[in-house]
Design a protein around this ligand. Structure first.
Ligand code: IMP
Ligand code: MG
Length: 173
């Protein structure tokens, strides 16, 4: 199992798109302070780059979500790390690496909304709409991709390849 030699999405394209997303998020939230909630571990590189492209005051809290794909029918999602500060009245932006079946994003959205934020949006670097099991539309999407497994720029295959600076397809699956 190895990443494709050629990148599916190069570091330069990721950087350019992240700048656009940062500008869009800044415009949509003008006058607000944001609370960024990157989802560990995959969203770390994207969140680190995105936060430096947002021209607004912001704070960061990390959350950890683990989805159990073997339970296909229920698709339970465990949130094992929760923000240390209350979300009530805050403008919250979830930052994800990828929305695949939609289970993680939908569960996160539901649970965070119950905390009474002033607004709640989700920004994902990648979206695989063809794989959706639970309906979910991200507010901000970096790139829509076809249904193939990808690694790099935070995304892993069994904890490997997060360190690559571009998105690659995984070959040999
Ligand atoms: P969900 O299926 O939308 O709940 O996505 C759950 C998680 O699966 C994502 O946050 C990723 O960690 C992981 N995932 C889904 N597709 C890929 C992929 O192509 N590469 C690496 N991780 C993935
Ligand atoms: Mg993830």
């Amino acid at each position: 199992m190895q990443p494709s030699t050629e990148a599916l999405i190069t570091a330069a394209r990721i950087a350019a798109r992240t700048t656009e997303l940062g500008a869009q998020i800044s415009a949509d939230n003008a006058g607000r302070e944001l609370l960024l909630l990157p989802v560990l571990k995959g969203a770390i590189p994207f969140a680190a780059d995105l936060m430096r492209r947002i021209r607004l005051p912001l704070k960061v809290e990390y959350i950890t979500a683990k989805s159990y794909h073997e339970t296909e029918s229920t698709g339970s999602v465990a949130l094992t790390r929760w923000p240390a500060t209350p979300l009530k009245g805050k403008h919250v932006l979830i930052v994800e690496d990828i929305v695949d079946t939609g289970r993680t994003a939908a569960a996160l959205h539901e649970r965070l909304l119950a905390e009474g934020p002033a607004s709640l949006a989700l920004c994902t670097l990648l979206d695989k709409p063809a794989r959706r099991v639970r309906p979910f539309t991200p507010d901000y999407t970096g790139f829509e991709i076809e249904d193939h497994f990808v690694v790099g720029y935070g995304l892993d295959y069994e904890e490997h390849f997060r360190e690559l600076d571009a998105i690659h397809r995984l070959e040999g699956l």
